[in-house]
Design a protein around this ligand. Structure first.
Ligand code: NAI
Ligand code: MG
Length: 482
């Protein structure tokens, strides 16, 4: 029998109103765990408990520096268990074990970073002359609902849990039904460090059931979501009815512009990290390369070389950083990516390498490089969310910006050149929430992240993110005759 895990609601480990769901190992397609599956009733319990925590001021009456210490302690608790948590993550999500370890480490950084800032969420005083004292206070919204995807279940949950708790919100977290297991660590950490009851709930359930119930719950005050555009639209529609703000992070189709003076050898590392880590299931993946005509052919060869150098296999066997890649999350996601590549091939795109599912059990796809991709093609417009990189070509700078900006998305973008003027011109012109110059994924927990266009709104990470979790109260005091 597989290991069975429960939901953490109201300060207790409980079974699910919707029974149990089987969690698959993407490397085999076989069930790996069973997890309690929440229904709308469980969601109502979680929100009620969070509401009670907020009403009693269990987080908000605490001195912020003390609250921040609890947030940091959660990160320390998790960090001490990195190996075992990473193993669970790989087992349910597929990514190589070394990537899973990195994910746990990065998740812990959010607790460190935001825990440190709990005491820095300061208002200001506004001069109104001698007869008034006026100041602002940044108050938490109250109950923060967080709906988490399966690609980086720990990092994405950590960034909203840590920022939400640091600012004094009671957090209700619905993890993805595909990857709920490793996320139990947040609840265990909360329990271990003595976070007040009701301050954190972590459970899984199906999107249209528990997810929809959470997004539309009238006692939720703020919603954070990362995932697909259609689901983001449903959540925003629900939030419009309850009149609560959302943060939506909805993926991208991000481009790296590679100029003729770029360091092409170094760019191989960007490709390796940008599209083949997590089998390309990254919202900010380097999914398009826009290459100057003069270096286009050499670049295609180099990128294909990176793809061909990767071995693929079960994540639990891939323990050390190296040329390797795990499976995709599900047969559905893998088949979708393979079909998209086949469709592009029919439109005349060249499959330089990959494009197929290898002869392995599990949801693997070969690392794939496409060239001859035209900007308007569906393969250049649609998020694939797999290990597939498309190479397009440009003639001049204006052309490169037009192609890079030519999708409905705008999450991140990159420019690779030794010319600082050219890089900063591109940074101004690129329509994206974050621009990388000469290193894809430069930045970190400290740097604000989020979309332009259909990539969403609001920012995660960095100090900006804290502002999503607080609302301004102005206190205007008449203090007598001047
Ligand atoms: P999804 O957006 O449907 O799922 C993400 C989360 O939303 C899960 O926790 C799910 O249970 C929940 N959810 C689903 N329907 C819901 C509803 N009606 N109300 C409330 N919550 C709901 O993403 P899915 O279907 O797993 O993946 C499809 C595509 O979405 C991928 O191919 C990829 O393009 C994109 N995606 C983007 C991510 C990103 O990092 N921006 C992460 C995951 C998926
Ligand atoms: Mg879906």
């Amino acid at each position: 029998m597989n290991c069975y895990l429960q939901n953490w609601i109201g300060g207790e480990w409980i079974d699910g109103g919707a029974g149990r769901l089987a969690v698959e190992d993407p490397a085999t397609g076989e069930p790996a765990y069973e997890h309690a599956c929440a229904d709308a009733g469980d969601v109502a319990m979680a929100v009620a408990s969070a509401r009670a925590c907020h009403a009693r001021g269990l987080l908000t009456r605490m001195r912020p520096i003390e609250r921040g210490r609890l947030v940091q302690a959660m990160g320390h608790w998790i960090a001490e268990r990195t190996d075992v948590i990473a193993e669970t993550l790989t087992h349910e999500q597929g990514k190589p074990l070394w990537e899973a370890r990195n994910e746990v480490v990065n998740a812990c950084r959010y607790f460190e970073y935001y825990g440190n800032q709990a005491a820095l969420v300061e208002g200001r005083s506004i001069p109104l002359g001698a007869s008034y004292l006026d100041y602002t206070v940044l108050e938490p919204y109250g109950v923060s609902a967080q709906i988490i995807p399966w690609n980086f279940p720990l990092e994405v949950a950590a960034r909203s849990i840590a920022a939400g708790l640091a600012t004094g919100n009671a957090c209700v977290v619905k993890t993805s039904e595909l990857t709920p297991c490793a996320s139990g660590c947040f609840a265990q950490a909360a329990e271990a460090v003595g976070l007040p009851t009701g301050a954190l709930h972590v459970f899984t359930g199906l999107g249209p059931d528990a997810g929809a119930a959470l997004a539309s719950h009238p006692d939720v005050n703020q919603i954070v979501f990362t995932g697909s555009i259609p689901t983001g639209q449903k959540i925003a529609a629900a939030a419009s009815r309850t009149v609560v703000p959302c943060v939506l992070e909805l993926g991208g189709k991000s481009a790296a512009i590679v100029h003729d003076d770029a360091d092409l050898e170094a760019f191989e590392t960007d490709v390796r990290r940008g599209i083949f880590v997590n089998a390309g299931q990254i919202c900010s993946a380097l999914s398009r390369v826009v290459a100057h005509v003069s270096i286009h052919d050499e670049l295609v060869d180099r990128i294909a070389g990176v793809a061909r150098s990767l071995s693929i296999g079960p994540g639990l066997e891939l323990t050390e950083f190296g040329p390797n890649m795990g499976p995709m999350i599900s047969a559905k996601q893998r088949d979708r990516a393979v079909d998209m590549v086949a469709g592009a091939e029919r439109e005349g795109v060249a499959v330089v390498t990959g494009g197929r599912r290898p002869n392995l059990p599990g949801h693997f796809m070969d690392p794939t490089v496409l060239s001859g991709v035209e900007p308007g093609m569906s393969i250049a417009q649609t998020e694939i969310f797999g290990p597939v990189i498309s190479v397009l070509r440009f003639n001049d700078e204006a052309d490169s910006i037009r192609i890079a900006n030519g999708t409905r998305y705008g999450l991140v973008a990159g420019v690779f050149t030794r010319d600082l003027d050219r890089a900063t011109r591109a940074a101004r012109a690129l329509r994206a929430g974050q621009v990388f110059v000469n290193e894809w994924f430069a930045g970190g927990v400290e740097t604000p992240f989020g979309g332009f266009g259909k990539s969403g709104y609001g920012r995660e990470k960095g100090r900006e993110a804290l502002m999503n979790y607080v609302q301004t109260k102005n206190v205007a005091i008449r203090i007598g005759e001047s």
